[in-house]
Write a protein that binds this ligand. Sequence first.
Ligand code: URA
Length: 234
Amino acid sequence: MRLDKFVCKSTALSREGATDAIHKGAVSVNGEVVTNEKAQVHENNTVTLSGETLRPRPFRYILMNKPAGTICSNVDEVYPSLFNLIELDNTEELHIAGRLDADTTGLVLITDDGHWSFNITTPTKHCEKVYRVGLSRPLRDGVARQFEQGIQLQGENQLTLPAKLEIIGPQDVYLTITEGKFHQVKRMFSAVGNRVISLHRERIGNVALDVEVGHWRFLTDDEVASLATSSRHF
Ligand code: URA
């Protein structure tokens, strides 16, 4: 990680405070003063601030049940940020592994570990995301096959990756996808002449939603480990 981030993650300093300390020559890496805040450091490097060895806070991994009308952003915009619901310090260090739209509800994973969240969001890792979808009209025949084969979304160069559709009722389905293009689920149904009227994420990899709306919990070590390696099962 960048040196300024390492200093922030180990102290109460803001990003500006950390940069200032680095520029003043107060920070050393493995015994050498480093004045470039963008220098890359590893967790096993010895980083000191004014002679004191810094130890970064452990990464945090959180599961939340996102309410409708909140946004997956660190700051309030038109809607309030879902971070308002998390009573923890340093929430500005956290980010969301796979954002949901303001009107979408359900499972969000929140962390400060960028390598871990990359595993969840990058399509090449095939991490499954399962959505329960309410539709404006009955599903046409053949849509499950179209989704399995890939859909051409407007403005995209490539077909969507294979997706699995499970029919609960004519206007009520589960959709499993392994990528997260902008508004992907809504655009997939729009491409087959339908419209999403409710969207709720129930599962990511092996981790299923199990807290009430607006509530959160830390992931277990097993859940964290399973998402570091998860892959498609259909
Ligand atoms: N797909 C969408 O269209 N919206 C979401 O919030 C998540 C997936």
